[in-house]
Design a protein around this ligand. Structure first.
Ligand SMILES: [Zn+2]
Ligand SMILES: [Zn+2]
Length: 460
């Protein structure tokens, strides 16, 4: 199965029909381009894209089985990573030995990738090519252009993928944030210009296609976070996703305003803030104190930011709730603020964690119950999707990055915005964009690989 010079194909091996472990392939003229290579952290009982149920005791890190492309890796021209979230970048250290191709990424994304590869002793083997926003690169028969969009992590990019057979706009994860607090913003003109040129297909994020309205801007969280911290008399712990550097910047401002010192608890937060510093994304005025000093401050001087918003075992917040964190101990009158929403499947674990904290007299503020917004999604709701379809005006809509209901809602929305045809499929389906649009079901065998952390696939 090899695309010829008239073909432009899209073949997802992971991330279509599910949220997590994105792995996309584009095919033209005998070659393939891979976009993203991510992992998923399934919870026991959670249904996975292929209909199976994750069972307790199965490996904690899972990713798409790349057998299709690993078997023809001489046809793989390169791998582009759109941003540094785990569902897009996490599988690179595990799967690169099977692929052995150059990897293209923006500056912050490349920094995160280097840190991951170093842990696997792969740093000096993987060719990483850093790309700036607005740049164009020829990768095999494709010309890829990096387009600035906004999301919940520094350096997110959308891609315009051009080849002689046609053009595809690959959105990556995105929202329309007019004030993203850190990093580059976006311009509607970028996307309107694509429509002038002609876009055969838009492969686009469906995560929040069932949500009406517009996502909240990062800037709008300042007031709510400030109020939630200012009301607290004792220590404050805020839990959020470590990769959201904009949120950390807002919290550093809140710490200054409320006379508190900010420290980070949890490895991923410390790693992400280090990467932000190394790539110029961290604001110089955002001072952090050594987390080992948090325990020596007066209670009203503490603002700790902790990993574990999803109640994952062994993360900082879980250890704080259990009273066995080495740097800090909570007591009655302290406060924990969830500046994050529950990822579906994690609700029970989070409820148990909240109950444990409340049982110790710690007041808990959740994003759902707060008076003002203290969390913003990084994905487009209906109005943002509609705006993007009006700008890009693709011939075909291909919803990805969602479960079946999200893909269906996304396709309805595209149709209502005037996009006549959508192709809805799932991992292993071959989406033919050119010359004749269509879909061939389950043409490629798909599956999942599971690993323990730090385990490697053999180099072949
Ligand atoms: Zn994602
Ligand atoms: Zn993302």
């Amino acid at each position: 199965m090899t695309p010829d010079q008239n073909d432009l194909w899209f073949l997802p091996l992971g991330g279509t029909g599910e949220i997590g472990m994105n792995l996309n392939l584009y095919g033209h003229d005998g070659q393939w381009l891979m976009v993203d290579c991510g992992v998923t952290f399934p919870r026991p009982g959670r249904v996975i894209a292929d209909g199976s149920v994750h069972r307790a005791g199965e490996p904690p890190v899972q990713m798409a089985d790349p057998a299709f492309i690993a078997d023809r890796r001489e046809q793989l021209a390169g791998l582009v990573i759109t941003h540094a979230h785990e569902d897009h970048i996490g599988a690179v250290p595990y799967l690169w030995p099977l692929l052995q191709c150059p990897v293209y990424a923006g500056r912050f994304t490349a920094e995160i990738l280097r840190r991951k590869l170093a842990e696997f002793d792969l740093l000096h083997r993987v060719p990483i090519i850093e790309v700036a926003m607005g740049e164009r690169r020829c990768i095999g028969p494709f010309e890829v252009e990096w387009l600035a969009l906004t999301h919940s992590i520094p350096d997110p990019s959308a891609l315009m993928i051009r080849c002689p057979a046609g053009n595809i706009f690959h959105s990556g994860d995105w929202k329309l944030d007019d004030d993203p607090v850190v990093g580059h913003g976006y311009s509607p003109k970028t996307f309107q210009a694509l429509a002038e040129e002609g876009v055969d297909a838009m492969v686009c994020d469906s995560t929040n296609a069932t949500v009406s309205g517009h996502s909240t801007s990062e800037r709008a969280l300042q007031e709510g976070l400030q109020a939630a911290v200012a009301e607290a008399e004792g220590r404050v712990v805020v839990t959020c996703f470590g990769s959201n550097i904009a949120r950390l910047h807002t919290l550093a401002g809140v710490a200054r305003q409320t006379g508190r010192y900010m420290g980070l608890l949890g490895r991923s937060l410390i790693n992400m803030s280090g990467a932000a510093r190394a790539t110029g994304v961290w604001a110089d005025g955002d001072r952090l104190i050594n987390s080992a000093h948090l325990g020596y401050l007066l209670r009203h001087e503490v603002l700790a930011v902790a990993t574990g918003s999803q109640a994952e075992p062994r993360t900082a917040l879980t250890r704080l709730a259990a009273g066995n964190h080495p740097d800090l101990e909570l007591e009655a009158g302290d406060r924990v603020i969830f500046s994050a929403r529950a990822i579906p499947g994690n609700e029970e674990a989070i409820a148990a964690l909240i109950a444990k904290l409340a049982g110790q007299g710690v007041s808990v503020v959740t994003a759902e119950a707060a008076n003002l917004p203290i969390h913003a999604s990084g994905h487009p709701a209906s109005e943002e999707l509609e705006a993007m379809y009006r700008w890009v005006r693709p011939t075909l809509a291909i919803p990805v990055h969602g479960e079946a209901e999200h893909l269906a809602a996304h396709a309805r929305l595209a149709r209502d915005t005037g996009i006549a045809k959508s192709l809805i499929g799932r991992n292993g389906d071959l989406f033919m964009v050119r010359p004749v649009p269509g879909i061939r079901r389950q043409l490629v065998a798909t599956g999942r690989l599971g690993f323990q952390r730090g385990e490697l696939v053999p180099v072949v």
